[in-house]
Ligand binder design. Structure first.
Ligand code: MEV
Length: 322
């Protein structure tokens, strides 16, 4: 049996604008993860199970455009092997809520690509894992920037610009990131498509919003490298206001953002595609529990606390094959 895991991810700054060439900052979230296992089966064919989404089917039955089938087929193609005649059982488990902005689709793809390529005797290097996961992201997102698969593959904090090699960055100081889930699933594909329609109807206005978000990202990188929590909080608030203008916030996200600020967070914003899913708040470690409690009281379906900076610098921890 061969297993591999991949972490979740959260975008700190720059979602949506990153699709249009602006930079964004994101970190892995190791508290949640996807795990794929591959073992030899008794019967001919490739059997795929994903209990969290109630899936149990053969590769053929899934069809070529299903993300899991696509991951399997891409791995075989990349390795110059054929899925015909194989006897394999694949299983994908994930603790990452689907359509919540935590990169569940990317993590499942990365874990499956790693486990299957390793099982077939040719573990793919990260660069190729990332490239294949990006192909699958196109099914999930339509026009993805590639940030989700990149953070999840490398398992480290990245400064990301579409089409460029990701740049690692350092985080000075100790912050706690509080990640609050509205519990409302919101497919990124829909939000990204809606923003695209708005941009097409009024490119001048939306390009200006994307530029403003890009400037916030540059400043946020400096503030992270300088360890300036208060400034990061202000920048999160400013980024959230611009995301509201992009129409990707929601009443539930706004309520959690307000609750976090009211409980003493330096700042808060939605994270990922928006419309539902998760928001993030940044606080000093001694304030984090209060912020988390405020989010729970306001109806967050789950709250994750994640250390940012200090020993956790660049978020590098074990991912990859177990
Ligand atoms: C999704 O995690 C982030 C978005 O910017 C989409 C993308 O970058 O592909 C909304």
């Amino acid at each position: 049996m061969t297993s591999a895991t991949a972490p979740g991810k959260i975008i700190l700054f720059g979602e949506h604008a990153v699709v249009y060439g602006q930079p964004a900052l994101a970190v892995p979230v190791f508290q949640v993860y996807a795990r794929a296992t591959v073992e030899e089966g008794e019967e001919k064919g490739i059997w795929i199970e994903a209990p969290q989404i109630g899936l149990a089917a053969t590769l053929e039955a899934l069809g070529h455009d299903h993300p899991l089938a696509m991951a399997v087929e891409l791995v075989f193609r990349s390795l110059g092997q054929s899925p015909q005649g194989q006897k394999l059982r694949l299983r994908v488990d994930s603790t990452i809520p689907v359509a919540s902005g935590l990169g569940s689709g990317a993590a499942v793809s990365v874990a499956l690509i790693r486990a299957l390529s390793a099982h077939l005797g040719q573990p793919l290097p990260d660069e190729q894992v990332n490239a294949l996961a990006y192909e699958i992201e196109k099914i999930h997102h339509g026009t993805p920037s590639g940030i989700d698969n990149t953070v999840v593959t490398y398992g480290r904090a990245v400064y990301f610009v579409r089409g460029q090699a990701p740049q690692p960055f350092s985080i000075r100081g100790h912050f706690t990131l509080i990640i609050g889930d509205t519990g409302i699933p919101a497919p990124t594909r829909q939000a990204v498509a809606d923003v695209r329609r708005l941009w097409q109807a009024d490119p001048k206005r939306y390009n200006a919003l994307f530029d403003a978000i890009g400037e916030i990202v540059q400043e946020a990188r400096q503030a992270l490298e300088a360890g300036d929590g208060a400034r990061l909080g202000e920048l999160m608030n400013a980024n959230h206001a611009l995301l509201q203008e992009l129409t990707v916030s929601s009443a539930e996200l706004d309520a959690l953002v307000e609750a976090a600020r009211g409980a003493g967070a330096w700042g808060a914003k939605l994270s990922g595609g928006g419309r539902g899913g998760n928001m993030i708040a940044l606080a000093a470690p001694q304030r984090a529990q209060e912020v988390a409690q405020a989010l729970r009281l306001k109806g967050a379906s789950s709250v994750i606390l994640s250390a940012l900076g200090g020993n956790h610098e660049s978020g590098v921890e074990g991912t990859g094959a177990l």
